[in-house]
Ligand binder design. Structure first.
Ligand code: SAH
Ligand code: SF4
Length: 377
């Protein structure tokens, strides 16, 4: 999982297939994996049995272990998936969180790109955890495939009866957001590979418009993201002055606002139908004044943009509070009046710690358990 057809063909050729057959098999395998959701070579009935056995000896298509699956009162689902890196099977497994957010007209899967994060945004729980490692393209895709299994999204699948799945949609997962743990542009190659397979018509076949990558502002990778991946972009802005953004989103010290905004202006493929989403976490008394809202409008001038105001989700020991509701409304009104849509993101799945920036506690608890297991405790 996570190999391009060409790479798959090369590996198959190495295991003894002729070039032409290797290419044909690679196409079949892609279809089985991404269209049919096969998790076992034995299910691949148009491949002869001896060939299936050879494949099973050299390759794996199975899903991660599901450590937990939680369903929130609002229908949000959170999975903790456990991955073992096939390249280094002796390394300790890693646990990754993936969240499904059903709405009336869509179902969004929030996917992680890294275990932990190297960055230390002061309002983000993930930011207090060190980086364990990058996820591979296969692990990024396997979050989507495993969620599709659980939501009955493959042919012959069965929809869960608890929780919600949007009505009138043939698929439970219609949108992907790279907004889970980690900074996707610090794992660019794997994220690119995974998203191109997710968008490929022979792969998971999700429209690029329905895939959004969120970055804290890794400026040198913004233009390549548009040109090479072509998905929608979201920027974690959160502050409109460098002094404050340096504090909230420390990567700003490396690539300050002027550089970030310049990169947004030239993001490939932008137009009024295809806007950049600016995420803005509402922190009481920190970044939520009318003056901040006006400065935000000034900063975005000329960029096809929409805003996403995110109520701060507190976590134990977090140094901030969420802005009051009427303050959020006042802020939104200024930005709306200037012509930028500024919906306030409804916190989802708070009861299962699935909301933005809450992804950590669970992982830490499990890591400790894992450590004990490894130490033989
Ligand atoms: N690393 C990427 C992807 C994470 S996306 C990025 O930072 O863009 C998750 C979004 O949730 C980001 O906009 C992040 O800034 C925001 N977020 C993090 N912690 C939060 C919290 N406690 N409350 C609300 N939003 C938070
Ligand atoms: Fe990392 Fe994004 Fe959290 Fe910042 S907000 S610490 S970049 S996951």
């Amino acid at each position: 999982v996570g190999l391009e057809p060409g790479e798959m063909a090369v590996l198959l050729a190495e295991s003894g297939l002729g070039e032409k057959e290797a290419r044909m098999r690679a196409r079949q395998l892609w279809n089985w994996i991404y269209v049919n959701g096969a998790t076992d070579f034995q299910a691949m009935t148009n491949i002869a049995k001896p060939m299936r056995e050879t494949l099973a000896e050299g390759f794996v298509v199975q899903r991660p272990e599901i450590v937990t699956e939680q369903v929130s009162a609002d229908g949000t689902r959170k999975w903790l998936f456990r991955f073992t890196d096939p390249a280094t099977p002796n390394a300790p497994p890693v646990d990754v969180e993936t969240v499904y957010i059903p709405e009336e007209d869509r179902g969004t899967l929030c996917v992680s790109s890294q275990v932990g994060c190297t960055l230390t945004c002061s309002f983000c729980h993930t930011g207090t955890q060190r980086l364990v490692r990058n996820l591979t393209a296969g692990e990024i895709l396997n979050q989507i495939l495993a969620a599709r299994d659980r939501l009955g999204d493959f042919p012959g699948g069965v929809r869960p009866t608890d929780g919600l799945v949007p009505e009138g949609e043939s698929r439970a997962i219609t949108n992907i957001v790279m907004m889970g743990m980690g900074e996707p542009l610090y794992n660019y190659d794997n994220v690119k590979k995974a998203l191109l397979i997710a968008a490929s018509g022979d792969g998971i076949s999700l429209s690029k418009r329905r895939i959004t990558l969120s970055t804290s502002g890794v400026v040198p990778y913004i233009e390549p993201t548009g040109r090479e991946i072509g998905v929608s972009l979201a920027i974690s802005l959160h502050a409109v002055r460098d002094d404050l953004r340096n504090e909230l989103v420390p990567i700003n010290k490396k690539w300050p606002l002027a550089e970030l905004i310049a990169a947004c202006h030239s993001y490939p493929g932008l137009n009024n139908a295809r806007r950049i989403t600016f995420e803005y976490v509402m922190l009481k008394g920190i970044n939520d004044s009318d003056a901040d809202a006006r400065e935000l409008v000034r900063l975005l001038a000329g960029i096809p943009a929409k805003n996403n105001l995110i109520p701060f989700n507190p976590w134990p020991g977090s140094p901030y509070e969420c802005s009051d509701w009427d303050r959020i409304e006042g802020f939104a009104e200024i930005v709306n009046r200037a012509g930028y849509a500024s919906p306030v993101r409804t916190p989802r799945g708070r009861d299962i710690s699935a909301a933005c920036g809450q992804r950590k506690a669970e992982t830490e608890r499990l890591t400790r358990k894992q450590r004990e297991a490894l130490e033989g405790a």
